[in-house]
Write a protein that binds this ligand. Sequence first.
Ligand SMILES: CC(C)(COP(=O)(O)OP(=O)(O)OC[C@H]1O[C@@H](n2cnc3c(N)ncnc32)[C@H](O)[C@@H]1OP(=O)(O)O)[C@@H](O)C(=O)NCCC(=O)NCCS
Length: 144
Amino acid sequence: MIKTISAEETYIIRQFVLREGVDLPFKFDGDFNEETIHLGAFKNEKLVGIASLMKTESNLLSFKNQYQLRGMATINEVRGLGFGSKIIDEVILQLKTMNIECVWCNAREIALDFYIKKGFEIIGNPFTVNQIGKHFVMYKKIPN
Ligand SMILES: CC(C)(COP(=O)(O)OP(=O)(O)OC[C@H]1O[C@@H](n2cnc3c(N)ncnc32)[C@H](O)[C@@H]1OP(=O)(O)O)[C@@H](O)C(=O)NCCC(=O)NCCS
């Protein structure tokens, strides 16, 4: 089940999954903005996956209403079980009801195929994030 959660609830998975061995903040600018949405995937009432949506524009994209997907992660124990996929489906559904035209993210190279399977495309050139590695800007147009 996918539910809206608080910024604070995302922190534990951000720390353990996205910041393991990485000395970068797990609290993001924009976490508490009014437009920001945090989603959690639950398995037997345990939080197993997270994603945050922020109203940020990419200058690589010309869509008027854009949201950025950030902090997308599932815990090790549930990898490959479809929780990540369900989170993206909910992201698309929520943004559709908000009349948002496009969702984009800075995708780690290891997650590239996951996003491609969910209909995202690469735009622009890859870039490197210190301590994490190669990233690609990826986006998906929200169907009407
Ligand atoms: C990327 C991530 C969120 C995917 O979550 P998940 O719960 O494992 O994804 P799902 O089980 O819903 O997988 C959906 C599909 O993508 C595939 N997939 C998932 N992760 C993949 C990966 N890293 N590389 C290639 N394919 C992947 C699955 O095999 C599945 O394919 P299928 O539909 O053909 O069966 C998860 O692996 C993760 O948290 N990784 C570490 C953190 C990270 O890199 N986050 C992304 C930051 S940009």
